[in-house]
Design a protein around this ligand. Structure first.
Ligand code: ARG
Length: 480
């Protein structure tokens, strides 16, 4: 008898490892903790069970295990599922990860049939399957939240389709826009975010199950059948690739980063708009907090937190790229490090979307203040130039004339619309009394009346377009 087999009565070996056959001493306690993943990968427990039941169902179908084994496995797994959901399941660090914890419990419950479950598979394809199943469910939830935020923003746009605010470039007043138009810009961004999630979902939804450790297995498995049971759209076509790439998770982190980047930009605007200097919006109190020392304060904590949290998600993306880049084919233990960044990105983007759905519904634009602010900085100067062009002045000349007009108004400390007609005509004799309709903020926004322009009726047309899209989405969901 060898040393390794000889010490089987040693108390340290009381919890014999699933893989300990060839080892002569137990794993160091610290190394165990350092390499274990159960503390975080237990989040995938329910999909791990789904994957195992599907695998067992396939094994029975192809005749590798008996109908009785399958029945036992299903019964055992149903009990384990119940134990996990009710919080009674005892997770053990010594069992390393979610897979070995569940397998050990299954064997304790049903005996030999539990030991047969791992036939024709490896934890390598098991974990690759689990992370895909888990992520698929979360991607669906995130898509729902993105859609909800779009609906909230469209409702704000509809309510404020003709509320005028200053539009900025370089953070300088540029031209007046409508608040509705501004909200709809974010709806467009979110639509691309949504499309990215839907697109990457196809690549998440491909089954690596059956790749086994790396080369496939000697059993007559039916990979298509297992994939179908698990709702996968496709089956990975190369076992080395199946167990070893995590590009789909990287894509997810990239898509999550873009969502956070968009929300961070909106956050920045909300913070600015809420400041006393701007006073463009009011946020419901429940989204703000006070200061422990300055009693007058109301701080935009939710937008600021979201702006800050974008950094963690970008970090998750960098973590994923970095952990993959130096790994040879096929599986490497490094991949275990994919869970925490992916989970963190999921949690952060979900919570952020949830907060924003609620908060954006409660934003109250301050029309009066925004209108006043839009009058500062000669925002209709371009409109005056366009007016001159319509009266036959070449654009460059018009630009120059308007520049002089702006200087005159600045000297008098008034807006362009407050300059007397004679003064305006002094700069260009083509100017007529109707110029004042062009110089007003309302005239300016109304004049941008084309697809994608800021004119209130264009904004309303866009909100109608979106509502139609939302109705179609709802109908498609209902018919599924
Ligand atoms: N906990 C591991 C992971 O997350 C499971 C796969 C381990 N496979 C192995 N041969 N050590 O990647």
């Amino acid at each position: 008898m060898s040393q390794a087999q000889d010490n089987s009565n040693d108390p340290l070996h009381a919890k014999k490892k699933a893989w300990s056959g060839r080892f002569s001493e137990p794993v160091d306690a610290f190394v165990l903790r350092y390499t274990a993943s159960v503390d975080f990968d237990k989040r995938m427990a329910l999909v791990d069970i789904d994957g195992s039941v599907a695998h067992a169902t396939m094994l029975e179908k192809v005749g590798v295990i008996s109908a009785k084994d399958l029945e036992d496995i299903k019964r055992g797994m149903a009990q384990i599922r119940e134990e996990i959901q009710s919080g009674k399941f005892e997770w053990q660090l010594e069992l390393e990860d979610v897979h070995l914890n569940i397998e050990a419990r299954l064997t304790a419950l049903i005996g030999d049939a539990g030991k047969r479950l791992h036939t024709g598979r490896s934890r390598n394809d098991q974990v690759a399957t689990d992370i895909r199943l888990y992520l698929r469910g979360e991607v669906d939830e995130i898509i729902k939240r993105v859609e909800h935020l779009q609906e909230v923003l469209v409702a704000q746009a509809e309510k404020n389709y003709n509320v005028i605010m200053p539009g900025f470039t370089h953070m300088q007043v540029a031209q007046p826009v409508t608040f509705g138009h501004h909200m709809l810009a974010y709806v467009e961004m979110l639509e691309r975010d949504r499309a990215r999630l839907l697109d990457l979902r196809h690549r998440v939804n491909s089954s690596p199950q059956g790749s086994a450790a790396l080369a496939g297995t000697t059993y007559p498995i039916d990979r298509e059948y297992t994939a179908k049971l698990l709702g996968f759209e496709t089956v990975s076509q190369n076992s080395l690739d199946g167990v070893s790439d995590r590009d789909f998770a990287i894509e997810f982190c990239a898509a999550a980063s873009l969502i956070m980047m968009h929300i961070s930009r909106l956050s920045e605007e909300l913070v600015i708009w809420m400041s006393q200097r701007f006073g463009f919006i009011k946020l419901p109190d429940r989204f703000t907090t006070g200061s422990s020392i300055m009693p007058q304060k109301k701080n935009p904590d939710v937008p600021e937190t979201a702006r800050g949290k974008s950094g963690r998600v970008f970090g998750d993306l960098m973590t994923m790229l970095t952990l993959m880049k130096g790994t040879p084919l096929a599986y490497n233990k490094d991949f275990q490090e994919d869970k925490e960044p992916v989970f963190d990105a999921i949690d952060t983007v979900k919570d952020t979307l949830r907060a924003f759905c609620d908060m954006m519904a409660g934003v109250e634009p301050q029309a009066e203040t925004m209108h006043q602010a839009a009058q500062m900085g000669f925002p209709t100067a371009t409109d005056l130039a366009d007016y001159l062009v319509r009266h036959g002045v070449p654009f460059r000349t018009a630009h120059d004339i308007v520049g002089q007009t702006v200087r005159a108004a600045a000297e008098r400390n008034c807006g362009l619309e407050q300059l007397p007609l004679e003064v305006l005509q002094g700069f260009c004799d083509k100017i007529e009394p109707d110029v004042y309709s062009v110089l007003s903020l309302e005239g300016s926004v109304n004049a941008r009346n084309h697809l994608g322009g800021t004119a209130p009726n264009q904004v309303l047309a866009q909100t109608k377009r979106w509502e139609k899209i939302f109705a179609e989405r709802a109908a498609a969901k209902a018919s599924k």
